[in-house]
Design a protein around this ligand. Structure first.
Ligand code: ADP
Ligand code: ASP
Ligand code: MG
Length: 407
């Protein structure tokens, strides 16, 4: 019998009304004779009582002593609670179900608390329960180490749980339900005219997701891509099929120059100028940051110095480490990265100049830029985010399906 994995995010489980929509999607899949695994995120969003950020607010995480192991024990409660609430509601609707924690569902992870990686999924229990029940509800975002410690797999990780289970069970498809109609050309909260993408490749969406389009976690896409399992991103509040993410051999995928615009905020830019000790600067700064587990981005190395970004939360630690090396960093906080993503831009001249023109016309200062064959990134001040994303969305006319050839 075909297996379907459905994942419902926090906003889909926020209220009795939204939970009843979830139940109707599950009922519909059951009527289509699927064996169902349903993965859930924590209920609602901060300040809802069991949302992940609300749980995190119970402990003081500013102290360096806060233990990541205990943080994971705390955060995992959100998804565990959600699995029980949904399973209970399913039973009230005469659907036989059982709730499992990530560990009980066979999700084995590394022991990198708060950022653990799924190593394997032992499907024995899942398959057993799929025989016993109509629906197996699994708490997303969490797993267990081989020694039984509870872990979480990084924020937004329930999508990855669903994808990993889909791959392990060789599901017919994985459906990610959220509060938007599908994957759009930009965050619809930011761009009113954002258009829904009907069918896209794994690679395009993986890029968009890595650059901040948080509607689906990039790791989830990587997993389904390796197993070639179709992924649908759709709305809990509609019966439309949403966006199909699949491989590029499907003929109907339109050949778009630009797929979409993503953004990411809370970034700090760090500049260090030092001609005299250039070799020491180049060799020591990135090493101390890497040793402290701080990931750097937008790296630009020149004979006169270094320019790069770090996540804003790590600003003080990074500045302290650099100052301890006797260098003097110049810091610009509250920056944002805006990414123009599109597999079709490879070899097409004029994309970068269109971006620069669109932003400068709006008086938006570009602090740094970088590019690859599928993405152009610009670093700007956070206050300019909305203006920048809308200007780029307009300049590439992403609200319409058109020939985006650059003149
Ligand atoms: P969930 O709780 O369902 O996992 P998330 O908040 O993680 O929901 O993701 C859904 C949100 O992603 C949407 O509400 C939307 O604001 C945001 N988003 C960002 N970029 C995009 C995009 N390109 N397409 C659709 N939604 C996007
Ligand atoms: N509840 C977790 C988070 O807020 C996991 C998820 O939403 O996927 O990050
Ligand atoms: Mg999410």
């Amino acid at each position: 019998m075909a297996i379907l994995v459905q994942k419902f995010g926090g906003t889909s489980l926020q209220s009795p009304a939204s939970i009843s929509k979830v139940i109707s999607h599950i009922k519909h899949a059951k009527e289509e004779n699927y064996k169902l695994v349903v993965v859930v995120s924590a209920l609602g969003r901060m300040p809802d009582p069991y949302a992940t950020d609300t749980l995190l607010s119970l402990i003081d995480r500013s102290t360096p002593l806060h233990a990541k192991r205990e943080t994971d024990l705390l955060m995992s409660c959100g998804e565990t609670i959600a699995s029980v609430v949904l399973s209970n509601e399913l039973q009230n609707n005469d659907i036989q179900s059982i709730a499992l924690t990530g560990g009980q569902a066979g999700i084995i992870t590394t022991s990198d608390f708060t950022q653990a990686k799924i190593k394997s999924v032992n499907t024995t229990r899942l398959l057993e329960e799929l025989d016993n029940y109509d629906v197996v509800v699994v708490a997303g975002f969490q797993g267990q180490t081989s020694t039984g410690e509870i872990t979480t797999i990084g924020r937004g990780g329930s999508d990855t749980t669903a994808a990993a289970i889909g791959v392990a069970l060789n599901a017919e498809k994985v459906e990610i339900f959220s509060d938007v109609n599908g994957i759009m050309t930009a965050d619809p909260r930011m761009v009113k005219s954002a258009r829904q993408l009907k069918i896209v490749t794994y690679t395009e969406i993986c890029n968009l997701a890595y650059q901040g389009a948080k509607v689906v976690h990039p790791r989830a896409i990587e997993l389904v891509m390796q197993a070639n399992i179709p992924l649908h991103v759709r709305s809990t509040y509609s019966t439309e099929t949403g966006t199909l993410v699949t491989n590029s051999s499907i003929k109907e995928i339109p050949d778009q120059l630009i797929t979409g615009i993503a953004h990411m905020s809370s970034i700090t830019q760090i500049k260090i100028t030092n001609r005299e000790e250039m070799h020491r600067l180049h060799s020591e700064v990135f090493k101390v940051l890497a040793d402290a587990g701080i990931s750097v981005d937008f790296i630009s190395i020149s004979p006169t110095g270094l320019l790069f970004t770090v996540p804003e939360d790590y600003t003080q630690t990074a500045v302290d480490l650099i100052t301890n090396l006797s260098f003097h960093p110049q810091v610009t906080k509250s920056c944002a990265k805006v990414s123009v993503v599109g597999g079709g831009m490879m070899g097409v001249p004029g994309v970068a100049s269109k971006i620069v023109q669109a932003l400068t016309e709006k008086g938006i200062q570009i602090l740094q830029s970088a590019d690859s064959h599928t993405t152009i990134w610009v670093l700007i001040h956070e206050k300019d985010i909305k203006g920048a994303v809308n200007a780029l969305h307009d300049t590439f006319q992403l609200s319409q399906v058109i020939d985006q050839g650059i003149k």
